[in-house]
Design a protein around this ligand. Structure first.
Ligand SMILES: NC(=O)c1ccc[n+]([C@@H]2O[C@H](COP(=O)([O-])OP(=O)(O)OC[C@H]3O[C@@H](n4cnc5c(N)ncnc54)[C@H](OP(=O)(O)O)[C@@H]3O)[C@@H](O)[C@H]2O)c1
Length: 222
């Protein structure tokens, strides 16, 4: 499959590398075709890997991952172009973190809205599925880094798109189907994005980023 990975940071690298490894053709997108991050990744990842602008990548991909800085994702996806996203599944991995130095973790959008909802409103013809944003990028593509069962949340307005994304995450990244939790429509992104400040604190407490949430059901009545 031809897949666009918008974003040349550590998340774009982890996802794009895994997708090439499992047999896909991947184009990484950046603000400029000659971005250092994109070129470095493409030359290391082999012949199924290439890089270009956000628009080049979005036009190339049958499926699009948004791995851009969440505070700038709307700008990045406008550069990708609504016409290049039309009808496509857009997996939104971004968190709208305000990364201003010296500031406690703060989101640029929360409570009555979320980045996932903003993207779906701005690109109504894209099939936005929010997923993977509640864990470190190495865990996203290799869930066995965390011991035992642990959960991945997804949400979006298009049930068919969510079903496809669930299948791909299991087949390509190794997630167990029983560990996927569908939170419903795209407003579920509010909760998964607002988990970020707690995730960042937990990272400090745990001392490494390879941990995840496990949702435990109530005990059987005895
Ligand atoms: N790190 C993790 O493990 C993790 C886990 C879960 C979710 N996330 C989320 O995943 C996303 C990617 O994280 P990351 O650490 O890999 O990368 P990042 O540094 O947050 O974002 C890098 C990408 O954002 C683009 N970008 C930056 N400023 C921009 C602007 N003003 N306009 C348009 N595009 C802009 C960059 O474009 P260029 O390529 O042109 O430089 C680059 O492709 C973030 O939203 C993050 O919150 C991260």
């Amino acid at each position: 499959m031809k897949i666009a990975v918008l974003g040349s940071g550590m998340v774009g690298n982890a996802i794009a590398t895994k997708l090439v490894r499992v047999g896909h053709q991947v184009m990484m997108g950046s603000r400029t075709a000659a971005s250092e991050g994109g070129q470095k990744w493409a030359s290391a990842a082999g012949k199924s890997a290439q890089c270009g602008t956000f628009a080049d990548a979005a036009a190339f991909g049958e499926l699009v991952f948004n791995c851009t800085s969440g505070a700038n994702s709307l700008a990045a996806l406008r550069l990708a172009g609504a016409q290049n996203l039309r009808g496509k599944v857009l997996i939104d991995v971004a968190n709208p973190l305000d990364a201003s130095p010296g500031k406690a973790p703060t989101l640029t959008v929360c409570n009555q809205d979320s980045l996932g909802e903003q993207l779906q409103r701005e690109f109504p013809d894209a099939r936005v599925v929010k997923a993977l944003n509640t864990m470190n990028c190495e865990v996203m593509v290799q869930p066995s880094l965390v011991s035992g069962d642990h959960n991945l949340f997804l949400c979006g307005n298009d049930p068919g798109a969510k079903q496809q994304v669930a299948n791909w995450l299991c087949e390509w990244f190794g997630w167990k189907r029983g560990n996927l939790i569908d939170l419903g429509d795209i407003s579920g992104a509010r909760g998964t994005e607002m988990f970020l400040p707690l995730w960042l604190r937990l990272w400090g407490v745990m001392g490494n980023p390879h941990f995840n949430i496990r949702v435990v059901p109530r005990a059987e009545k005895s």
